[in-house]
Ligand binder design. Structure first.
Ligand code: CU
Length: 177
C-alpha cells in the first residue's frame, strides 16, 4: 500500500489531518453509540441509567455526550484545516513553514480534544477541583490550536519578507550577493 520511500514526515498535511480525524472517530464514536444504547435500554426495558426517577444519573448522560461531542467538532474541522495546509503553500508556490509543527498540532488537537469535555458542564455542580483541572486542560488545548494558526501566519510573514528582500535585491537597495 505504501509508496516506496514514503515515510511519516513525507506525508502530505492533509493525510496527517485525516489521521488525526480517524483517531477522534475511532475513540469517540463507540462512546456515543454506547450512550444511545443505554438510553434505548432505559426507554425500552425501564433500566435506570440516566433518569433520576429510575435511580439514574442525568449528569452521567452529559459526561458521555460531551466526551464524544467535544472532539466530534474536530471530525469536521481537521480535514478542512488539512485542505488549507495544502492549498496555501501550493498557490503561494512555497514550502509550508513548520511542517512538523502543523502535523504535531493536528494530532494534539485530536488527543487533547478528549481531555476537555467538562468545560461544557461547569454549571452542573461538578467539584471545583474538576473545574480547575479541566479549565487548565482547555487552555492547553486552545494553545495547541492557536499554535496551528500562528504557524500559518508565520508562513505568510516569511513569504512577505522573502518577496520584499527579493524586490530590494533586484532594485539594488539590498546587496545579498
Ligand atoms: Cu467543547
Amino acid at each position: 500500500m505504501r509508496a516506496p520511500g514514503m515515510t511519516w514526515f513525507r506525508l502530505p498535511l492533509f493525510v496527517w489531518a485525516h489521521y488525526a480525524t480517524s483517531i477522534v472517530m475511532i475513540l469517540g464514536t463507540p462512546v456515543i453509540a454506547i450512550t444511545l444504547g443505554l438510553a434505548a435500554m432505559e426507554r425500552v426495558f425501564g433500566l435506570g441509567f440516566f433518569n433520576p426517577a429510575m435511580g439514574g444519573d442525568p449528569i452521567l448522560f452529559q459526561h458521555l455526550f460531551w466526551f464524544y461531542s467535544h472532539p466530534a467538532v474536530y471530525i469536521m474541522i481537521l480535514p478542512a484545516m488539512g485542505v488549507i495546509s495544502e492549498l496555501i503553500p501550493t498557490f503561494a508556490r512555497k514550502r509550508l513553514f513548520g511542517y512538523h509543527f502543523v502535523a504535531a498540532a493536528s494530532l494534539a488537537i485530536a488527543v487533547i480534544g478528549f481531555l476537555v469535555w467538562t468545560h461544557h458542564m461547569f454549571v452542573t455542580g461538578q467539584s471545583t477541583y474538576a473545574a480547575v483541572a479541566f479549565s487548565f486542560l482547555t487552555l492547553s488545548w486552545r494553545y495547541r490550536r492557536q499554535s496551528r494558526r500562528l504557524t500559518g501566519r508565520r508562513h505568510c510573514l516569511a513569504d512577505r519578507f522573502r518577496s520584499i528582500r527579493r524586490c530590494c535585491t533586484r532594485s539594488g537597495f539590498l546587496d545579498c550577493s
